[in-house]
Design a binder for this molecule. Structure first.
Ligand code: ATP
Ligand code: MG
Length: 358
């Protein structure tokens, strides 16, 4: 049974279709990430659920109740807005108390709930500070405490980490996730950072231009993207154009025969595979097992190596084909291969690591 349900939800601003036919069922306690490039409709979707933006079409339900036309303050949703959203002239405690005061909760109970909310985000000793006296990560945690103080049924987070630097981002990311797990609060989070979405959410919803491209678990989206947009957006991929040549068989534009596992859409026209699942092997080592069904092999010429610290990025121009990227994790292995720019080489990737895209 879905706890939150979007059915055919749309938003138009004049000629702009900000969100089109949005269908999504979210289970109680689930953490969902809405992911996509700038302007794809993430914030609009969140604000429609919160009630700040009226829908142009469709319905939204929370716990079976139709909330489509219910005013925001009667939806019992906690929200952390994009960017900083603390009131700069109020103390931390007053910021957190704000939503409770708006709901007419008695003063004694507010004090108590503010304390609990601040302790939850480990800021119990900061209640009398002003927002400007806090670090970015602390401010973000206050915003989170404020959203959770009202004991919401649903928590909405719009780019909650976007204002933080990389290190803090990782820290607060883990904290939010842990808080969400321990409270079991159904959460919808917006981000355009794929690492953030992959590491935090139970399921991801990838959007582009107001539409859902794919919904799935982090591993499904990464391992089995349904189209080129998702494959490209969820990290980097190699793409080879071609067409299906039979069961488990893909023929590239240049006539190379490759294999893949599972079903592919009949309209599939691209094979994709991840750079980190791509091996670089000496050209003379592959002839013997070039026809293996489990491994795809293509010969080419090394274009360049780039040292990136933990990995080395190698670009290889496939004979009569495009340039593909292999990420090599072991520098000594690379030295042992004795390969350099201009060398002949082969790239290999396992049949199970190939995804077919329409
Ligand atoms: N009040 C508004 N009036 C007119 N157009 C709007 C309004 N709000 C949003 N839009 C348009 O709707 C589309 C979706 O905007 P939205 O804010 O939902 O994008 P987003 O995915 O959150 O992007 P970002 O990652 O930049 O925050 C954009 O084309 C935007 O210009
Ligand atoms: Mg936005």
């Amino acid at each position: 049974m879905a706890y939150i349900e979007f059915s055919g939800v749309e938003k138009r601003y004049g000629a702009t279709q900000a969100v089109s036919r949005f269908d999504l069922a979210i289970a109680k306690g689930e953490m969902i990430a809405l992911l996509g490039p700038s302007g794809c409709g993430k914030t609009t979707t969140l604000r429609m659920l919160a009630g700040f933006v009226p829908v142009s079409a469709g319905t939204m339900r929370i716990d079976g109740r139709d909330v489509t036309n219910v005013p925001p303050y009667r939806r019992n949703i906690g929200m952390v807005f994009q960017g900083y959203a603390l009131f700069p002239h109020m103390t931390v405690a007053r910021n957190v108390a704000f939503g409770l005061e708006m709901r007419g909760i008695p003063a004694g109970e507010i004090t108590q709930r503010v304390r609990v909310a601040l302790e939850r985000v480990r800021l119990g000793d900061f209640s009398e500070r002003m927002p400007r006296q806090l670090s970015g990560g602390q401010q973000q945690r206050v915003a989170l405490a404020r959203a959770m103080a009202i004991n919401p049924d649903v928590l909405l987070l719009d780019e909650p980490l976007s204002a933080l630097d990389a290190r803090l981002r990782h820290e607060v990311r883990a904290e939010i996730r842990q808080l969400q797990r321990s409270t079991g609060l159904t959460t919808l989070m917006v981000t355009h950072d794929q690492d953030e979405a992959l590491s935090m959410a139970d399921r991801l919803v990838v959007m582009s231009r107001g539409q859902i491209e794919q919904i799935g678990t982090p591993s499904t989206l990464y391992e089995r993207p349904c189209n080129r947009f998702v494959a490209d957006f969820m990290g980097r991929s190699n793409f080879l154009p071609g067409k299906i040549g039979g069961i488990g068989c893909f023929v590239t534009e240049h006539g190379a025969v490759l294999s893949f596992e599972g079903n592919a859409p009949a309209s599939a026209n691209t094979m994709s595979f991840r750079p980190e699942r791509t091996q670089l092997v000496p050209i003379d080592a592959v002839a013997a097992d070039a026809h293996s069904d489990d491994v795809n092999t293509l010969a080419g010429t090394i274009v360049s190596f780039a040292y990136l610290g933990p990995v080395i990025e190698c670009l290889v121009r496939i004979d009569d084909g495009p340039v593909v990227t292999a990420l090599l994790t072991n520098t000594s292995e690379l030295d042992a291969l004795g390969m350099h720019e201009g060398s002949r080489a082969a790239v290999q990737w396992a049949r199970r690591d190939a995804a077919l895209l329409a």
